[in-house]
Design a protein around this ligand. Structure first.
Ligand code: C2E
Ligand code: MG
Ligand code: MG
Ligand code: MG
Length: 293
């Protein structure tokens, strides 16, 4: 009986595998169609916007664009559910340009509607950075929409570990010189050297959520050390994944100026973001999502 049960398990496993393979196959072909704009039946990309705030006042100083896939059968898919497939099919650059196009068009629309204009940061993958045409494409899009380059911030992750004298480095230099700020995302999870931070035109470190979480156990040394280094190198710091008022106060006490996290706001669908964040142009106080602690 044990042997038969084992056989049944193996069969069930094979069936699961087959379903999984079929699911991946379907999703892959749907992603291709989605990014190629070939077929409206595969749903569409939805960009959510999560506010970035000044930790002292709670004032919104910008937002990060975060992609989702509104899938016809599966509903709203988070990036974790499909970015892996995008990558393994070498579609990263297509995804990034679709997101960039959407975000820049949206920013121009907000401006045309007379809404408050905030800088928006967009995540970039390694493949996009390695494409020597990226800088020109980004700058051309900004200029055709008459958007100042200073309104666009680009996030590259610490895991990319770019090399010196590569197309990626030149891309960053060109964008930085034009006024597009580069942020280093997921900071504190890799091994970025001082030399790296000095060499590449990085304006801001985004402290990974795991670093913020480490504060809960009273581990303040890491944040304190990163902050001291950032001051020396003249870098701004933003802490990601702030969920509690305690974390916010600890970060403020350690000298961190900016933050992002569910305490202030979840990533918001575009209409909600425009309504709750961008329509408060007049008084500084009205921008506050969470009152100053
Ligand atoms: P990321 O760039 O580090 O983005 C921050 C992630 O943390 C987002 O997850 C955000 O929703 C989540 N987050 C924000 N505040 C909190 C909080 O207080 N608590 C917790 N637990 N999480 C919080 P999301 O939207 O699922 O995105 C995951 C990752 O997918 C992003 O990490 C980024 O690496 C990637 N990604 C998202 N959108 C894009 C995109 O348009 N292009 C590219 N290339 N990558 C993207
Ligand atoms: Mg990011
Ligand atoms: Mg991040
Ligand atoms: Mg992250």
């Amino acid at each position: 009986a044990a042997k038969a049960a084992g056989g049944m398990q193996a069969l069930a496993f094979q069936t699961d595998m087959r379903i999984e393979v079929a699911r991946r196959f379907t999703l892959t072909s749907q992603i291709r169609q989605l990014l190629g704009n070939e077929n409206p039946d595969v749903g569409r990309l939805e960009i959510c916007y999560q506010p970035l705030v000044d930790l002292r006042s709670g004032e919104v100083v910008g937002a990060e664009a975060l992609v989702r896939w509104l899938h016809p059968e599966m509903g709203l898919l988070a990036p974790d559910a499909f970015l892996g497939l995008v990558s393994s099919n070498r579609l990263d650059a297509e995804l990034d340009s679709a997101v960039l196009r959407d975000v820049l068009t949206q920013m121009a629309r907000w401006r045309d509607q007379g809404l408050r204009v905030l800088p928006i940061s967009v995540n970039l993958t390694r493949d996009s950075l390695d494409d020597p045409r990226l800088a020109d494409q980004v700058l051309a899009a900004l200029s055709s929409l008459e958007l100042p380059a200073s309104l666009l911030h680009l996030e590259i992750t610490e895991h990319h570990q770019l090399s010196a004298d590569t197309p990626a480095e030149r891309t960053l230099q060109v964008l930085d010189a034009a006024g597009v700020q580069i942020y280093l995302d997921d900071y504190g999870t890799g091994y970025t050297s001082l030399e790296y931070l000095h060499r590449f035109p990085i304006r801001m470190l985004k402290l990974d959520r795991s670093v913020v979480t480490s504060l809960d156990g009273g581990q303040v040394q890491l944040v304190a050390a990163v902050n001291a280094m950032a001051v020396t190198l003249d870098l701004e710091i933003l802490a990601e994944g702030i969920e509690t008022q305690e974390q916010r106060e600890q970060l403020l006490a350690l000298g961190i100026r900016y933050g992002q996290g569910y305490l202030f706001s979840h990533p918001l669908p575009v209409a909600d973001f425009a309504k709750s964040v961008l329509t408060t142009a007049d008084s500084a106080g009205a921008d506050r999502i969470v009152p100053a602690g």
